[in-house]
Design a protein around this ligand. Sequence first.
Ligand SMILES: [Zn+2]
Length: 294
Amino acid sequence: MTHKHQALLFLPDALFDADIPFAQLTGWESNQQGYYWVDQNGQHHGYLGKPNGAMWHHTASQAYTPSVSNNGRTIANIYIGIWRTGRLWSFGGGEPLVVLASSGPANYSSGSGRREVLTQYVVADRRFPGPQQELDDAHPSFFGNRYYINTEVIHPGDGTALDPDVWDLQVETAAVISKHFGWSHWRNIAHQDHTLRKIDQRFAQGAPYTIRKHQSDIRVAMEPPREDDMPSYEELRTDEFDLWSDDNIMDAFDDGMFESTDRAAFELYWVTTRADRLDSEKARFITDFYSHLR
Ligand SMILES: [Zn+2]
């Protein structure tokens, strides 16, 4: 019986459901590197272990042939690029594609770095104020591969723009992974957060510190569809919301906030002053409501 690291086996179904084009390299499910995913304390849980976050890289090349094991090494868990002539490319025609290469930990991409990024920020779902400024841990050293999902995006890393479709693929893939594990977008870090020795990722989209743009796009990608959870304009006009009898309307006039009785501005004021009913949806709600009225 083949033993499989379980943590990433959800990916084919989840990527399919998210309409993300992907391929599975033969053997990716059962790839063995001799160790397991470990928790933040370094404890392993056999084939049931889980990663703690996701680290994002560029390959520093224009093309790459992904493999489960390359000269005995598993470089990364996932590759993303433009599929053409049996390779993944950074530029040129082809199919933007996510390639699954290993369900178990890689043993190359992360390398040594700083443990505190994992323990103080990643597993706490806190923003790490990177890039890393400190030398790698020593005595003891800290190696990231058993802790992080490693994804290599095919790109020279020279600050030129990543293909927009590939950018979207990495954002959507990160969102699928983060949602599955219940992570915030802050669990997605750059190699240059982990270690001072590296500069990846580095694309025109946010270069030289691309991860911040990536993280903000992941956050948006994880939000539920807006139309589904936002009350419609008509719903807001129902008695439940008591739009027209609210004292705030008179307050607004008394305060001289409006030079006219422009209804849109008027209702914006109402929503703004009553938005505490809407809790965390407040800022987005106001913005959407106002744009709807306009
Ligand atoms: Zn890297």
